[in-house]
Ligand binder design. Structure first.
Ligand code: NAD
Length: 790
């Protein structure tokens, strides 16, 4: 045997991580009192426990207190009691607490890593080198945000008591992503870990005790879906932050509809890993190992769909198979292990079931020739080729070590395939041509894009999804907003519109009859149903008639908005010029609009003139901000820059308010347009003529067809159609409370981003109802990671 042969024949010896510290911790703990409420350790009031077991052996680790609704109630009370003092504490005081937590975690870093590996099954290399250091970094990073609140978030304060629910795949890291920003913002928390992985959260609560976090600021309750639901539905909670499956995310969206609770959802994914033919294939293979086999593929942003350019597909697949054959599957506590067990038998069965179904649907599934340990929930890394885009392995989140492969011919096809999913969490793009990669990244419907890399995370860089991967961001500046609220200038309570048209007296006069139609795809069109509704003047006379828009008209408007590519693709400078032009043309007809306001609302001449002037000013404001409300560049502690790009939400429905009907309409539509969204606006039901009078202003202002669509009619009905339409990405509602609540509940089809006044309008004349507060609603932040170096 020559040296090379010897080298290849060499085997790894066992390199087990010691677990004696962890075993001592187990021995010393009473898991029957595992609820950390108001600084005390409590048993579940119902006396129930649940089992947590070791995935590598199936052996029972502990019987852990299982909280019920009464326990959740106690935890929320404790958090509410601690809130006034904590939220009134200085940023410096909160920063010291966060820093103390981070440092204490650092001192017990190895125990955290070993416990996480024992409880979850993830290889110790990962928990030791990734999960735990990232969690610590999160606390230390957020210590800084606590002190920077006044500087960076003027006018904002913590939302209050926060309910947080996390999954089992990164138990400690998800806890850190939740608790650190909440504490920095001055919120108090009730957090529920997943029932498969309660342990590191218990150790974390011990750390909070030792770090001197005031009692009740952090409450940790163990339990399953019942405890989770009790958190979601608790009236004493002002915000829900959830990470988990899209299925449960939708349940939570529906349950919180109309409650006014702030909500962020970090959900599942089916992320694309795109390899272009000029990629460095060896690097791409290493990226794939990390992308799909990290944590056994139980990663929300796992690169589970390999899209490879045709010409290099065979070469890449051959390299992937060789690499897969070298992945070491075994004890997660062994430092050489690449792949540990899945978290639980149910998860293992689910993965097996999805692979069998994928094969039945035509995929060819390949696994390396390796033997699995005799006990535990192990699964071999699996490569599926011949996967059609509709195959279950290409569409469903497997959450296991399974890679589905497809090929593409050119860039357009790669983008189309990548976006052919209901999810939108992450994507990786591999090409040695950074121009190509940066051309592709903005076109991917995903909250995070890694160029020539994968699974890069940092506390300073936001993380979160588009589409059914949820909404909201965790980490960095955007993540802080999720725990903050600005005092909004509330306007009147909005009463439901009376659905039958008020009989209005015919006004005398000889003016030529003008019928306001709908405005769809750049044209004035008759409503599909050919019905109209009467609009009354302030004096009860007939001011005119407008079209009664229907489901079909909304559908046409959504199609027109979706088809309009030139607006979202226009440069910010172009958009700004169009908005200036709108302002200019509205200004040319200011007196006509003022007269209309007086006629319809009864506003006196000065108030009407002021509203028109302010509407013009708002158009100017957003024209000016279109190229200034920009993203940022982060410099994470890695050899990479992260571009936090502001992208439009997409197609946005706007149900405009009755109060200040011109200003309210403009105040909502203009920021949406400024950021590149296309809009379907439903004007005030009472005063729609102010919007229909805008048709000509729009027509003269170079607004591309489909960028603004206006459908008049019954607000409640049209809001419902918009809420259920799966091609509408965002919905803003300033209408009555019942309509807002229903729209939130109905929005779950595609998890659209809903912003509602919950039945209150805003005072559109106030400064707080303009500027960044609105622009933030009009964008998604996409973080594009660009590594550098030789
Ligand atoms: P899951 O949705 O089943 O459970 C998540 C949490 O919700 C658990 O704590 C569970 O007890 C709780 N829960 C279950 N039903 C509930 C209900 N009706 N009301 C309230 N709470 C309820 O998800 P999982 O299986 O634990 O985790 C896997 C999922 O998490 C995957 O889909 C994965 O993609 C997702 N995930 C997303 C991210 C992200 O940042 N986007 C990160 C990690 C995991």
């Amino acid at each position: 045997m020559n040296i090379l042969e010897r080298y290849h024949a060499m085997e790894y010896g066992p390199a087990p991580e010691a677990r004696n510290e962890a075993d001592a911790w187990f021995a010393a703990r009473d898991f029957g009192k595992a609820l950390f409420i108001g600084g005390d350790w409590k048993a579940a009031s119902g006396g129930k426990t649940f089992d947590t077991s070791e995935p590598s052996s199936g052996k029972l680790l502990a019987k852990v207190s299982d909280a019920n609704a009464a326990d959740i109630d106690a935890a929320v009370s404790a958090a509410a009691k601690a809130l006034p003092k904590w939220s009134a504490s200085t940023g410096y005081q909160r920063a010291k607490a966060l820093y103390a937590i981070g440092r204490a975690m650092q001192r017990h870093q190895r125990l955290f890593a070993v416990l996480e590996t024992i409880d979850n099954g993830k290889p110790i290399r990962e928990s030791r080198d990734i999960d735990v250091p990232l969690a610590i970094r999160h606390f230390i990073h957020h210590a800084g945000w606590a002190q920077a609140l006044d500087r960076d978030f003027p006018g904002h304060k913590g939302v209050g008591v926060v309910g947080q629910i996390i999954p089992w795949n990164f138990p400690l890291l998800m806890l850190a992503w939740k608790i650190a920003p909440a504490l920095a913002a001055g919120c108090t928390v009730v957090l529920k870990p997943a029932e498969f992985t309660p342990l590191t959260a218990i150790l974390f609560a011990e750390i909070c005790e030792r770090a001197g976090v005031p009692k009740g600021v952090v409450n940790i309750v163990q339990g399953g879906p019942e405890a989770g639901a009790a958190i979601v539905n608790h009236p004493g909670i002002q915000k829900i932050a959830f990470t988990g499956s899209s299925e449960v995310g939708k349940i939570i969206r529906k349950a919180t509809a109309g409650s006014g609770k702030k909500l962020s959802l970090e959900l599942g994914g089916k992320s694309a890993f795109i390899v272009f033919e000029d990629a460095d294939l060896d690097s791409a293979v290493e990226g794939l190992v990390d992308g799909i086999w990290f944590n056994q593929g139980q990663v929300c942003c796992a690169g589970s769909r390999l899209l490879v350019q045709e010409g290099i597909a065979d070469a890449l697949i051959a390299k992937v198979k060789v690499r897969m054959s070298r992945l070491r599957v075994g004890s997660p506590l062994d430092k050489n292990t690449d792949i540990g067990p899945l978290v639980d038998l149910t998860q293992l069965d689910r993965v097996k079931g999805l692979i069998a179904e994928g094969a039945r649907q035509g995929a060819v599934c390949w696994q390396p020739d390796a033997t699995l340990p005799s006990s535990g929930y192990y699964h071999l890394p699996t490569l599926a080729t011949g996967v059609s885009p509709a195959n279950i392995l290409a569409q469903e989140e497997v959450f296991g070590p399974v890679l589905a492969t497809m090929t593409f011919r050119n860039t357009e096809e790669a983008i189309e395939l990548a976006n052919n999913t209901r999810y939108g969490l992450a994507a990786s793009v591999w090409s040695e041509n950074v121009n190509l990669a940066l051309h592709v990244a903005p076109q991917l419907k995903a909250g995070v894009v890694w160029i020539n890399g994968t699974n890069m995370f940092d506390a300073a860089c936001g993380f979160g999804g588009y589409r059914e991967s949820g909404f909201g961001r965790e980490g960095g500046r955007e993540g802080m907003f999720e725990y903050l609220a600005a005092k909004l200038p509330l306007g009147p309570v909005i009463k439901p519109a009376t659905s039958s048209a008020q009989p209005v007296e015919q006004a005398g006069g000889v003016a030529i009859d003008r019928t306001a139609k709908l405005f769809i795809g750049g044209k004035q069109v008759r409503p599909d149903g050919n019905y109209s509704i009467a609009v009354a003047t302030a004096k009860g006379k007939l001011a005119g008639e407008v079209g009664l828009g229907s489901r079909k008209d909304i559908r046409d408007a959504v199609s027109a908005a979706r088809a309009c590519k030139s607006w979202p693709e226009a440069t910010a400078y172009n958009r700004s010029q169009v908005l200036y032009y709108l302002a200019e043309n509205l200004s040319g007809r200011a007196s006509e609009f003022a007269a209309r306001l007086t006629e319809l609302t009864g506003a006196n001449a000065k108030a009407a003139r002021d509203e028109v002037e302010l509407s013009i000013e708002r158009l100017f404001l957003y024209a000016g901000l279109a190229d200034k409300f920009e993203g940022r560049v982060h410099q994470p502690p890695a050899r990479a820059v992260t571009l936090a790009l502001h992208e439009p939400v997409g197609v946005v429905g706007i149900v405009a308010p009755d109060n200040q009907p011109l200003l309210g309409f403009v105040s909502l539509v203009a920021p949406a347009l400024a950021m590149g969204n296309t809009v379907i606006a439903v004007p005030s039901e009472r005063y729609p003529l102010l919007a229909t009078d805008l048709y000509q202003v729009i027509e003269y202002s170079d607004v591309p067809a489909g960028a603004i669509n206006i459908v008049t009619g019954r607000s409640a009905e049209l809001a419902g159609v918009l809420a259920k339409h799966d091609d509408v990405d965002g919905l803003w509602l300033f209408t009555d409370a019942e309509t807002c609540a229903k729209a939130e509940a109905d929005s779950i089809g595609n998890l659209k981003r809903v912003w509602s006044g919950n039945g209150r309008s805003l005072d559109w004349a106030s400064e707080e109802a303009a500027g960044d507060a609105l622009l933030r609603r009009a964008i998604e932040v996409k973080n594009v990671w660009v590594p550098y170096g030789d």
